[in-house]
Write a protein that binds this ligand. Structure first.
Ligand SMILES: Cc1cc2nc3c(=O)[nH]c(=O)nc-3n(C[C@H](O)[C@H](O)[C@H](O)COP(=O)(O)OP(=O)(O)OC[C@H]3O[C@@H](n4cnc5c(N)ncnc54)[C@H](O)[C@@H]3O)c2cc1C
Length: 490
């Protein structure tokens, strides 16, 4: 049933427009207004996705050959981590998006990881066991021909500014109202709910449900309703980024590269028309000027190309849905972008909201259930990102040494680490935790194996059995990869 309520979305960043589209698809004809300030603008970064963005475009019925060329978009099969561990052979590894066909190989990967934990010297590079890893290594686009019998999962790289414009135009064409204005105050009703947003020209935009997509501003959820923010800074030190584009000088690769630098890491995201690059670092350890200089050196870019500096905070609001306001996007929380999960969380948040709202409207029970799930999903991603910093073996700067020494780890992560290093059943532990995170058993195996993080053994044992060789995984995946080509352009 279509709610007899007016939805007002504050913010026209990617979160605001994704929210508008999903609400409109769930309840066609419902009243939706998006208010955004042209002078404040959007954050303008966030150019890598997980496969959930593919699902989003399917839901809103936007075909790839329409939206991808408009947004300079390319295909993404996963992420490659470089220089997070100095020791060969762990200097780089891939975390590919898992896909349907991996059902034939994941067992061998998990079993080899188990044997490696028992001290057997068997292959465990995630890239070699999962189809998207093999495709990335060969530079093949993860788009299967129509007769390929398995569904292939992939994400995208895209220009954030162009995507925002595309989504706005499409939303307006579907009847969503776009109201460009800066909100200067908020009216509350007698009950304390939000009643209207007041613009700088004195208009009051009234509504029944307010979606706070105002970015790090958190204008409604935090600054109006006073919901506290829980910081993750104890676990995640990075709080700034410097961003620089470079020319696209070759066919775009099908993966994001995340390269560890002296005080953080740098992303390289291939679009059709440029690479987006950004160094994510911790200001407690490196100044913005030094970070910019390091990024320029790394990329070989001189001062003629301007850099953009950003700061951010990591953590989440204590309640994502408070009274008649739901926070979506950066206003609900942020974990640094190492696995590019922010838009994935946006989608999940709006879909959860729609489900809970449809089930129970504005009852406390549904609001509480929504808040619990939202917090767990963000915590789950946090634990995985924190694990990167615990498993890396870099100790060459104070930053990496501080990460190695940091024992303020979240409880669920401690259990996961304990289970792994005690050679226990990781999948059982994840199930016990009821993990609602984006990262399942296979992703955790990629993380541990990618860093070569295994219980120490005095002398590696000769393998009893190597499931990679015995099951012919290499030949199988090489055969599968013959179905894919190097360049699919929409
Ligand atoms: C360094 C960095 C890298 C990132 N990389 C990735 C990535 O690879 N993948 C990924 O998924 N995510 C990434 N993210 C996160 C991603 O950028 C955001 O999740 C995404 O862009 C959504 O942002 P948003 O819409 O919540 O906020 P914003 O883009 O900041 O939009 C906020 C909106 O609110 C409006 N607004 C604010 N205050 C007012 C007001 N008073 N009146 C009217 N309007 C107002 C603004 O005008 C704007 O339209 C990254 C973030 C950072 C910081």
């Amino acid at each position: 049933m279509i709610p007899d309520r007016r939805f007002v979305i504050l913010g026209g960043g990617t979160a605001g427009w994704i929210t508008a589209h999903l609400l409109e698809r769930a309840w066609p004809g419902v009243s939706i207004t998006v208010v955004e300030s042209p002078d404040i603008g959007t954050i303008g970064v966030g150019e890598g996705s997980t496969p959930s963005l593919k699902r989003f475009f399917e839901i809103i019925g936007a075909p790839e050959d329409e939206w991808m060329p408009r947004c300079g978009a390319t295909y993404k099969a996963g992420i490659r981590f470089v220089d997070w561990s100095p020791a060969a052979p762990w200097r780089d590894y891939r975390h590919p998006f898992t896909t349907q066909i991996d059902v034939h190989t994941e067992d061998a990967f998990v079993l080899n990881c188990r044997n490696r934990r028992l001290g057997h010297d068997v292959p465990v590079r995630p890239d070699d066991f999962l189809l998207n890893g093999v495709l990335s290594a060969k530079g093949l686009t993860p788009v299967a021909p129509p007769n390929f019998p398995f569904k292939i999962e992939y994400g995208y790289h895209f220009d954030a500014g162009l995507l925002g414009r595309y989504l706005r135009e499409r939303a307006v064409a579907r009847g969503i109202v776009h109201h460009p204005a800066r909100i200067v105050s908020v009216q509350r009703s007698d009950t304390g709910d939000i009643a209207a947003l007041v613009t700088d020209t004195g208009d009051a935009i009234a509504g029944d449900v307010f979606m706070d997509c105002s970015g790090f501003n958190g204008l409604l959820i935090e600054r109006t309703l006073g919901v506290p923010f829980h910081s993750f800074a104890d676990n995640l030190f990075n709080d700034a980024a410097v961003v620089l584009p470079t020319a696209m000088d070759r066919p775009p690769p099908v993966e994001t590269v995340a390269t560890a630098l002296s005080n953080g890491w740098c992303w390289s995201i291939p679009l059709e028309h440029r690479f987006g690059n950004g160094y994510v670092y911790a200001r407690d350890f490196q100044s913005p000027d030094a970070a910019e200089a390091e990024l320029r050196r790394t990329l070989g870019v001189d001062d003629s190309v301007p850099a953009r500096h950003l700061t951010f905070r990591v953590g989440q609001v204590a309640r994502h849905w408070e009274r008649n306001c739901v926070a979506v996007g950066l206003s609900q929380g942020f974990i640094e972008p190492l696995e590019a999960t922010a838009l994935h969380l946006v989608l999940g948040t709006v879909e959860q909201f729609i489900r809970h709202y449809a089930d129970g409207g504005f009852t406390d029970r549904h609001r509480t259930a929504f808040n619990t799930v939202s917090a767990q999903r963000i915590d789950g991603v946090r634990d995985y990102i924190v694990a990167h910093y615990k498993l890396t073996t870099r100790t060459d700067t104070d930053y990496w040494r501080a990460n190695a020494a940091n024992m303020a780890l979240p409880e669920p992560l401690l259990h996961i680490l304990d289970r792994w290093f005690r050679r226990g059943d990781l999948s059982e532990e994840l199930t016990r935790q009821g993990q609602r995170s984006h990262f399942g058993n296979l992703s955790w195996h990629c993380l541990f194996a990618g860093y070569g993080a295994f219980p120490p053994v005095s002398e590696p044992k000769r393998p009893d059995v190597d499931f990679y060789a015995d099951r012919g995984i290499g030949t199988f995946l090489a055969g599968c990869s013959l179905n894919f080509t190097s360049r699919v352009v929409r």
